[in-house]
Design a protein around this ligand. Sequence first.
Ligand SMILES: Cc1ncc(COP(=O)(O)O)c(C=O)c1O
Length: 405
Amino acid sequence: MDIKNIKSEFPIFNQKINGKPLVYLDSANSSQKPKTVINRMSNFYETEFSNVGRSVHSLAVKATNRFEDARDQVKNYINAKHREEIIFTKGATESINLVASSFGEKFINKGDEILTTELEHHSNYVPWHFIRQKKGAIIKFAPVNEKGEVEIDEIKKLISNKTKIIAITHISNVTGTIMPLKKIIGLAKEKKIPVLVDGTQGAPHLKLDMQDLDCDFYAISCHKMYGPNGLGILYAKKKWLEELPPYQGGGGMISEVLKEKVTFATSPTKFEAGTMQTAEVVAFSEAIKFIKDLGIENIQNHENEVLEYGIEKLRRNNSVNIVGDPSNRGSVICFTMKGIHPHDIATILDDDGVAIRAGHHCCQILHDKLGISATARASIGVYNSKEDIDILCNAIDKCKKVFEV
Ligand SMILES: Cc1ncc(COP(=O)(O)O)c(C=O)c1O
């Protein structure tokens, strides 16, 4: 596979949108799927489908093996120590809710502190808000500076002997800031504070090594990693999964159910209640294979080239204001244009087949801090090229003409 011609691996690009070739710049929202992933989904349903972890017939055994093979693939890909540390969820949102709920239930009490940042997606704030409400805990927010970065000293200042967990993003889905995770985790380790990383925007773009990173929890969104929708992963260190109470109750997650008492299965099953996604999990192995075949470093280099080209070109446009200027940025460019609402920008760009997202991107706290209600966001995936950026910039010029700004 050649990264320069990688669009041909994605059937979605075989069509025109509003009569124009599709320029998909919305991968931070959800990525497109390569044909290997799509084919594996349909092939699984056509020839191998069964529920997993229940029946003993041949199809069920085979499907269960495929499902558990996928867990091994994930474990190896992110270099987790144990396969039991990989929990399948319905998305990064559910992964974080699982931790907030189970960890919060057991370890967070009145007056305890949860440390997070102003950069976070609602998925890494609202679940902690629930615990704040339920337990009378306090949420502290490390502030974002003008560049869109969270300084390590600000985090240091906010850590206290009441801090029970640090919940922090890997890459901001608005400013693209890549957080200095190793330093933050090092700081937390000194104080024996566990760290949850919202890896939703990190996992599709950066090499993952859980043993090296040494975080306690890492949430992944498979649908942003060229994998199927409705699937996420929670990586959690084994010791936590042994200690935490289950998140949801139901079939599959139990050891014994009596009228008087219920005992639970061990991890990962303990945290996978009810019928799981099957074709999605199996097909996610193909997404990992796709990334591995290309090489995550090659993907990162390619995306960085496109990103830098985009930032430079947009900076030259006087009508465009790029949000944030972090020294270490991932594949996201949020921008505003004076006199044009981001939703209008997105609508006009769509006429030219350019798909971007507009809004607060589930980061209202950050937008409030920046003093804006919404931004337009172009986000880059493996299939984007400098030509896509040129088409984006031409479409932006069209916006200027339409709105006469
Ligand atoms: C930083 C961040 N965290 C969490 C989420 C939620 O991920 P999911 O859609 O897998 O629940 C997103 C989705 O956009 C995100 O960008």
